[in-house]
Design a protein around this ligand. Sequence first.
Ligand code: GPU
Length: 807
Amino acid sequence: MTEPTASAPARALASAIVDTLVHRIGKDAQAARPHDWLAATIFTLRNEIIERWMESTKRAHAAGAKRVYYLSLEFLIGRLLRDALSNLRHNDEVAEALATLGVDLAEIEEIEPDAALGNGGLGRLAACFMESLASLDLPAYGYGIRYVNGMFRQRLDDGWQVELPENWLAHGNPWEFERRESAYFVGFGGEVTATADGRSHWSPAEAVEAVAYDTPMVGWRGKRVNTLRLWNARAFDPIKLDQFNAGDFEGALAGQTRAETLTRVLYPNDSTAAGQELRLRQEYFFSSASIQDIVRRHIQYFGDIRTLPDKAAIQLNDTHPAVSVAELMRLLTDFHELSFDAAWDVTRATFGYTNHTLLPEALESWPLPLFERLLPRHMQIVYAINAKLLREAAKVEGIDGRAIAAISLIDEGGERRVRMANLAFAGSHSVNGVAALHTELMKKTVFADLHHLYPDRINNKTNGITPRRWLQQCNPGLTNLLSEAIGEDFRDDAAKLTALAPFADDAAFRERFAAVKRANKVALADYLKDAMGLRLNPDAIFDVQIKRIHEYKRQLLGLVETVALYDQIRSHPERDWTPRVKLFAGKAASSYHNAKLIIKLAGDIAKRINADPAVGDLLKVAFVPNYNVSLAERIIPAADLSEQISTAGMEASGTGNMKFALNGALTIGTLDGANIEIKDHVGDANIFIFGLTVDEVAEKRGSGYRGTDAIDRSAELAQAVNAIASGVFSPDDPARYRGLMDGIRDHDWFMLAADFDAYAAAQRAVDARWGMSDAWGRSAVLNVANMGWFSSDRTIGEYARQIWGVM
Ligand code: GPU
C-alpha cells in the first residue's frame, strides 16, 4: 500500500500510525473510519509530545522554578491537532505519511471536535495565553473545569437560534490523560466549630471528589509542553449498594448524578453573571481543587508553605475563581498553622487578578445567605478579611463613609451580597485591565475607591493573540508570502513583522498580497456555498462582524446600516456602488431575548436583500450559524473589513479586532478597547475610526439624550428604523421588531442612533478607499506589518516580568 515515492521518514511515520491504529484502536487500515485515523494520528503524534512534556516538567523541577498558575472557568482552545502539528513543524511529514495510507490530513483535521470550554473572548484569551506561556518556555499550568458539554451548538430554525448540546467527548478525547492519583476532596455546606487549640474546623455536609484530566499544551517549536489541568467531579461512593439492593436504583445513584452535574455544562453567559447556586458550586469546586493541588505541589517540592509566593504566581481570570483567595486563606490558617496576618501576606503576594469588563451586569456578587450556607468557613474568612481591609482603609486620608461602603467586601445596599471583584482586588498584589482605556476606566469607575486605597495595584496588560494559530495555522497563504518577503524571523518573534512595512509601497508585492486574500475569499465562498447554499462574489468587500451577540457590541448598528445601504442602492441604482458581502456570526446567551431577536433580524434582512434582483451582486447578507473557533479560523483570513463597533467604553479590549488586522483586514471601529491601540500601531490613515468618545457618551447619557433626537436629524436612519419597525423585513409578523426599534427611539443606551451618521459616513469612506486598490492594498499590508505587538507573547512577557516575576 505504501507508495515507493514516499520519503523514508514518512514511510516510518505511516507504519507507526498503522501500528497505533491496530494496537490502540483495534482496527486495521481497511476497517478504519475517519475518526479512527484521526485518533491514530493524534496518539502517534502524542508520543513525541509526552516526551517533551516530561522533559519540560523535569527541567522546571530541577531548576526549582517558580510556576505560573492560570485559573480560569473557561478555556476556548478549539481543535488541537493542527496546532500541535504546526508547532512541532510536523505538518508536511504527517500529511505525506497519511497520503501514503490514502488518508487526507486536512479531512481528518476537519472532523476533530472543537474543544469549546468557553464562551468568547475571555476563554479564547486563556487559550492564547496557554500557548504563549509554553512558547516562551515558562513553566505554567492552566486550571479549569472539564465540562462534558461545552458551548452549545447553535442551529437556526427559521432564523431563530436554537441551542443544542455539543458533545465534544462523544468519540473519546485522545488528548487528555486522566490522573486518578490527583484527586481532591471538595466540601460544601455543613458547619464550622472551634477546636480546643482555638482553630476552626469545618465539617462539610456534602463532598465530591475532583479528579484531574491533563491536556498537553505544546509551545512553538515544541520548546516546552505545559499542562492544562481540568477537573471532573465524581462522587466518593458512586453507588449506594444498600439502597440499590433495596430496590431504590435511582436513589442509589443520586450522589453520582449530583456530583456529575457540577462539571456537566458550561454556563453559556458571556459578560453576565449567571447568579445560580450551581455556578457558585462550580467556582468553588475548581478553585478548591486547584488551590489544594498548588499547595500540595509546593509542599512536596519546597517544604515550607511560607515561600509559596516565591514559587507560585496564581492569576485569577476575572472573578470566577475569586473564592480561591478565601480558599488559600483557609488552607494556610486551618491546616498549615499560619497566623491570619501571615496567611494574608502570603495570599496577597501570590495572587494577581485580571478584570475583563466594567459592565455592571457582569460583576459577580453572591447573596450572603447563599454564600454562608454553601461555604460557612469561607464566609468567616471573608468577614475577617473585610475587617482588616476596612481598618486599613479608615486610616487613609480622603476615605469617608461612602468610600468605605464601596470598598467593603459586602454590599450592604439592599439584600446583602459578597462582592467577588472586591475580594479579588483585596486578595491580590496586582489588578490589571486588558487594554489601556479599560484600565484607565477601572481606576475612575468600579475600582475608584479601592484604587485610592491601593494606588499602585492597578496596571494594564493589553491583550494579545497567538500568531501561531491566528496567522501561521489559519492563513498559510499569507504566511508563506511573508516568509518569502521578509524571511522566517517573524515566526519566532512577531515584532519582526515590521520588516514588511517597506513592501507596502511595492506594487508587485501588493499584487501577490491581494492574490492571497482573494484565494482565501474564494475558499470561504466555496465553504459557505456548501454549508448554507450561499453564492458570494469574491470581488466584493467581505465585511465581517463575528463575535458574541450583545447589544453593546452593536450588531444592530451594522444591520440598520445594511438596511440604509439597501435603500440607497435601490433609490440610486445609477450610482457606482461598491459590491459588499456582509457576514455576521455569533451566539446569543440562551436567556438574552434581544440578542436572539437580533439574530432573527439578520436572517430576515438577508432573506429579503439576497432575493432582490434590484441589488443583485452589489449587496449580500448572511448570518453564518454556529460560530466557533474553527469557523473564525476560516473567516478571518478572508475578511477585508473588520467590524469593531461597540459603544465607546463598553468593550474592555476585544481580541477578534487583533486577529483580523493581523490577517490584513482594515478595521472600521470606535475609540473603544484595544481599537485605540490598534489605531496607534497601524496608523490613523490605515483604519476607519468613527463615533462618540467615552466622554461624549457619558455626556449624552447625562443630558437626557433620546434616540429620536438623532433619528429626526437623519433621513437615512429614520427610513431604516421605520422600515424595520413597520415589518418590511418581517411580513409574516410585522410587529416583530417594533420593540427593538422603540428601544432605539426611546433611550438608545448604546448610542446606536447617535453614532449612525458617523458610521454610515465611515462606510462610504471604506467604499472610496476600496475603489483605490493601491491605497487599500497599502493599508492592508501596513496593518499586517504593525500588528506584531499584539502577539500574546508580548502580553505574557509583560505579565511574566511585571506581575509574576518569572522572567
Ligand atoms: N469577556 Br467579564 C468575555 O469574553 N467574557 C466575560 O465574561 C467577560 C469579558 C471579554 C471582554 O468582553 C472582551 O472585551 C475582552 O477582549 C475579553 O474578555 C478578553 O479580555
